[in-house]
Design a protein around this ligand. Sequence first.
Ligand SMILES: [Zn+2]
Length: 390
Amino acid sequence: MTTLKQFYGNWHYPTSIRAGIGRINELPSACQELSFKAPLLVTDPGLAALPMVKQVVSHLVGQGIHCQVFSAIKANPCEQNITDGVTAFLHGEHDGVIAFGGGSALDAGKAIALMVGQTRPLWDFEDIGDNFHRVNTDKMAKVIAIPTTSGTGAEVGRASVITDEQAHIKRIIFHPDMLPNIVILDAQLSVSLPKKLTAATGMDALSHALEAYCVPSFHPMAAGIALEAIRLIKEYLPRATANGHDIEARAQVMAAATMGATAFQRGLGAMHALAHPLGALYDSHHGLLNAILMPYVLKANEKVIAEKITRLSRYLSLERISFDGFFQWVLALRKQLAIPHSLQEIAIDACRANEIGMMAFNDPSAGGNPIAFSAQQYSDIFKKAVHGEC
Ligand SMILES: [Zn+2]
């Protein structure tokens, strides 16, 4: 028999993680551990209006922790959001950041915590070469990350994706110390996530694990984590999507999302290389883009990943142990989760295909793809995804 206690754990890899139902109640003690007396809670405007956030804040205040909320962030956070957050942090004399919410809130919170101690502009810390050496780490704020969705895994990531609205691209801001100091994984916080978002964020988690699994570099630890994350998603994402109150499924999918992001320290690939420019140009949901792109990218990579994917299909106990067996499972899963098959179904057409091909080629995620696609090849994959040809 399963009991809620089974989803309870204290993990110290890749950071300090408190997993379990109801563990949001341990937030005051997590604050004390990091000596937060007046943290800034960064969340999105939707969550800020919900009782969930109000309860968390009043719980902290009741324990003598002077927490204030900053929620002026967009669905795809931009530079101005970070600047405003830094102003709020300094103005309120805060001493730590609680990043609470989906990927946007977590990314914004982490970037604000980085920027409160810097004199250089945000883009100076873009993940290019050794830019991260420019960071003054002494002045960075510490972060407690609390995801309310199960997808990006930003709670265990060492980077934030921030949109450059002038250049219309998403930039990755990176420093190893951006890894949050404490993570609270409480699946109870995700039960009210609507079906569509459960599906799209869960598919993002799958794309992280799958792309990380396919990266050719030597990193067997990441490969192992990715494998088990994919199995958890296979077993539990359909259940979590069908019934949001299935707490076992929610807990397993939340763990899988954290694992997916842990694995992608190894790198990502062409799904993300394409999803980043599409998100920046069309403001579409990141997880949904990866979910739609998944089979087209798998096909494009087929000849070099077939053996690995066959091994994966064996681990997943699929009906057919082969690349095609896995490919058909992905198609069936998307269908079951009501993910559209083509980009044109979410109003993305092929008229900017050349530009998107070039942007994908230049995206940092492209470096992890098993085949070094040219801009033209990216453009061709994108066109197939627009028209639903795979
Ligand atoms: Zn992603």
